[in-house]
Design a protein around this ligand. Structure first.
Ligand code: NAD
Length: 368
């Protein structure tokens, strides 16, 4: 950046890493390690505020939003930029999501105020796809209760083998077959499933679909009723919020498994917990919660199936491996560099721009 260039106020809302972040500098997505942006921004003469304090009107995030030019957030510790906050954010021009998934930003309000929202598209899609396959395996093989038994000093093979199956021969379907969905499916081929299915309003490229030998199902209820395992890989928007409610869960096969690394609010938390408790679902796994951090009494922390297992929940971590953190930190810097230099952004990174959705992934919309 040239020293004569315009100076901006940049705010990043990140999670606190504490001791782990001090010991591991590659934990770039933390308050301590600041996405590796501090030196570069200060050299350019910009003001850079980094915080994890994001809730309520007195939080550092809400106190500083009024005169921030560029806001950097992550989906892991989401700063919820509501329509009310947008109204206060008079100077805001650019929101960068260091990662993938910008639903914590009110995108319709961003359009109204003509604020650009960009994310580091593709930065962690492999990381999530691997986590999805792992989650399927740990649910289907009944891994968590088996490991817990070992930690308790016990040994009872029958107790855990009674609910352990193979991935081979199962029907597996994805809701959303974009970057992550397709990578999940590609990895599943190696397990010889009986059939792979997908539900998405956007058809998969013919070549990709042929390589996966996949069948598109036009109705979501119809698809989930055929699946042993369902994986959710679509963004959270108006039409996916609360999509997996009591009614849709009832259409799933009895004893099936559900993996959701997309967004917590796509599922109704109480309805999922009830479906697991009743035995309708055999397992639920994922890393995304309807509020983050999740409250200590969130039902997904402790919910269990009828045999005391079936819970594969972890904190929001699938897309934040150290490999992914490097990619989304350098990607965020590149978005910022282009913006300060007045260059065009890579089109795949743009979510909304100039008052319009720049991607088709956040719901079916007809342009005004
Ligand atoms: P993508 O844009 O490549 O693909 C999303 C797909 O979902 C698109 O094909 C789109 O048409 C489809 N879709 C949208 N609405 C749908 C609906 N109502 N029904 C069916 N399909 C629908 O995005 P991606 O890179 O694959 O990421 C998908 C989502 O995964 C992100 O938006 C984010 O919410 C989540 N994600 C989570 C993590 C994590 O750490 N857990 C990391 C990255 C992304």
């Amino acid at each position: 950046m040239s020293s004569g260039a315009q100076k901006y106020k940049v705010m990043a809302v990140l999670y606190r890493g504490g001791k782990a972040a001090q010991e591991e500098p590659r934990l770039l997505g933390t308050v301590e390690n600041k996405l590796g942006l501090e030196g570069w921004l200060r050299e350019g003469g910009h003001e850079f505020i980094v915080t994890d304090d994001k809730e309520g009107p007195n939080s550092v995030f809400q106190q500083n939003i009024a005169d921030t030019d560029v806001l950097i957030t992550t989906p892991f510790h989401p700063a919820y930029l509501t329509a009310d906050l947008f109204a206060k954010a008079k100077k805001l021009k650019l929101c960068i999501t260091a990662g993938v998934g910008s639903d914590h930003i009110d995108l319709n309000a961003a359009n109204k105020h003509k604020v650009t929202v960009a994310e580091v598209t593709g930065s962690n899609v492999v990381s999530v796809a691997e986590h999805v396959v792992m989650s399927m395996l740990l649910l289907v093989r009944n891994f968590v209760p088996a490991h817990e038994q070992i930690e308790r000093g016990q040994w009872n093979v029958a107790d855990v083998a009674r609910n352990s199956f193979d991935l081979e021969g199962k029907v597996i379907g994805t809701v959303g077959a974009g970057r992550i969905g397709q990578r999940v499916l590609k990895r599943l081929v190696a397990f010889d499933p009986k059939e792979l299915l997908y539900f998405d309003y956007a058809p998969m490229p013919a070549e990709a679909a042929a390589a996966l030998n996949i069948r598109r199902v036009a109705d979501l209820g119809d698809m989930v009723s055929q699946c042993d395992i369902v994986t959710i890989n679509c963004p959270l928007h108006e039409n996916t919020k609360g999509l997996f409610n009591k009614e849709l869960l009832a259409k799933m096969k009895k004893g099936s498994w559900l993996v959701n690394t997309a967004r917590g609010a796509i599922c109704v938390a109480e309805d999922v917990a009830e479906a697991l408790k009743s035995g309708h679902l055999n397992g639920y796994a994922g890393d995304v919660w309807n509020v983050q951090p999740a409250p200590s009494d969130h039902p997904w922390r402790t919910m269990k199936n009828t045999q005391g297992g079936g819970n594969g929940m972890v904190p929001h971590m699938s897309g934040t491996t150290l490999d992914a953190q490097y990619r989304y930190a350098t990607g965020a810097q590149e978005i910022l560099r282009r913006w300060t230099a007045g260059e065009k952004q890579e089109s795949a990174n743009l979510i909304v721009e100039n008052g319009e959705y720049a991607t088709k992934a956040y719901g079916e919309r007809t342009k005004k």
